[in-house]
Design a protein around this ligand. Structure first.
Ligand SMILES: *Cc1c(COP(=O)(O)O)cnc(C)c1O
Length: 429
């Protein structure tokens, strides 16, 4: 039984015992934290063999998160684009509206099993903070979220959500008052009390064991998707596409297909206002090897090795680093990394909303936009599976204000026809 149950966690591509994927990963930390990470690693390796833990995880996935999430064939979109069939793995339908709840549930169950009283984390736009605060409320753990004071003001609804859920939001006033300083503050707080607290990282980044652990907790996405798509089309898809910020939703779906070499895999980075401007966060496309937040990976950095300020319309994608396994998969060319601009993402955001009645998160819109481009190079009997990492409710006001709808349907007399024209417009790019 334990064997059957552990199949829901992908452990077959573990990094080596020091947490390296090739030359990437590891743990670059002060000695105190180094010991703490080793303890988390030991606790994690033990717990994934424990049937009671797996059972609790599976129960919450099913009855709380709402898994399995369905796969949906976006027929109208595919037809309008004219090429391969686009299918969507609907992580937007999870409780809290994105994939992040998958690893937050795993992290809080681990925290509980380790006897921790409090979970702590940093958050940028607040999505990770909300997912963790949700999981903490569910398990009765205290929750401290560190957030730059600029972000606190910018992301008021998520701050309210966290407070309602019982989390303490700690404003970080120093430095740039945004994500990077929030990470530093959270690490410092963690060092002060690593016994009662545990740091829950929000993606497949940070020191070992987090890139491995977060990937394993997300791997349910790929495991489900493989079974579902086989049932729907009788084979595997020709291509998988996911957006890459830190890279957790992408690793979640990719991990099930890495050994299926007939499946092409694409990770999509944010090209922001263009790769030739400083305003992007395309870490793999434009970065170089460095160390940030305790791990070695590709990094957008200056000559001194300081992380550069990064930008994307999708705040969940603007991180100057990327999960070490992605750097590795790039180096061995198993995954192809491409990028999509803000404007292309917005076109996909409107396009999917109009063609299918699904409003995607701006992060996920990057994956949809790339799938739209890719589909045109493929015949209609081919299949592209997109990981739709989250829903776009959080983005609607911002998009309408900064990218007025009228600009995207200039000649539309009838809106739906207008959007066919608009898709044709994407097509010629
Ligand atoms: C946070 C977020 C992302 C980016 O995080 P990854 O770790 O790269 O998956 C993508 N999509 C949504 C909806 C998010 O909230």
């Amino acid at each position: 039984m334990a064997n059957e149950l552990t199949k829901t966690i992908n452990t077959k591509d573990l990094p080596n015992s020091e947490g390296y994927f090739g030359e990437y990963g590891g743990a670059y930390l002060p000695p105190d934290l180094d010991e703490v990470m080793k303890e988390i690693d030991r606790a994690y390796r033990k717990i994934v063999e424990d049937p009671a833990f797996i059972e609790a995880l599976m129960d919450l996935r099913k009855h709380y998160v709402g898994r399995p999430s369905p796969i949906y064939h976006a027929k109208r979109l595919s037809e309008a684009v004219g090429g391969a069939q686009i299918y969507l793995k609907r992580e937007d339908l999870n409780h809290t509206g994105a994939h992040k709840i998958n690893h937050c549930i795993g992290e809080v169950l681990l925290a509980k099993a380790m006897g921790k009283k409090k979970v702590i984390a940093e958050t940028g736009a607040g999505q990770h903070g909300v997912a963790l605060a949700t999981a903490a409320a569910l398990t009765g753990l205290e929750c401290d979220i560190y957030m730059g004071s600029i972000d606190v003001r910018k992301e008021a609804p998520n701050v309210s959500r966290m407070k309602i859920l019982g989390a303490k939001v700690i404003e970080v006033e120093r430095g740039t008052q945004s994500l990077k300083d929030a990470v530093d503050a959270a690490f410092e707080a963690y060092l002060k009390d690593p016994v009662d607290q545990i740091y829950c990282i929000g993606s497949v980044v940070g020191p070992h064991p987090f890139p491995m652990m977060v990937r394993d907790f997300q791997s349910i996405v790929g495991i489900e998707a493989k079974e579902q798509i086989r049932e729907m089309i009788g084979r595997l898809p020709e291509a998988i596409v996911a957006c890459v910020g830190g890279g957790s939703n992408a690793m979640g779906i990719f991990s099930a297909f890495l050994d299926d070499h007939e499946v092409a895999i694409y990770g999509v980075e944010p090209a922001g206002k263009g790769l030739d401007t400083p305003n992007h966060a395309a870490t793999i496309t434009k970065g170089s090897v460095g160390i940030l937040h305790g791990f070695r990976s590709l990094l957008l950095q200056d000559e001194q090795g300081e992380a550069l300020p990064v930008y994307s319309i999708a705040s969940g994608l603007d991180y100057p680093g990327v999960g070490p396994q992605h750097s590795f998969l790039h180096s061995i060319k198993r995954v192809i990394y491409e990028s999509i601009t803000d404007r292309e993402a917005v076109e996909a955001f409107y396009g999917l909303s109009r063609m299918e009645g699904i409003i995607p998160a701006l992060e996920s819109s990057h994956a949809v936009a790339y799938a739209i481009k890719l589909a045109q190079t493929m015949s209609p009997d081919k299949v592209i599976l997109v990981n739709l990492s989250g829903r776009g409710d959080k983005d609607i006001d911002f998009v309408l204000e900064h990218y007025p709808l009228e600009e995207y349907e200039p000649e539309a007399k009838n809106k739906r026809d207008g959007f066919k024209e608009f898709l044709a417009h994407i097509k010629t790019k």
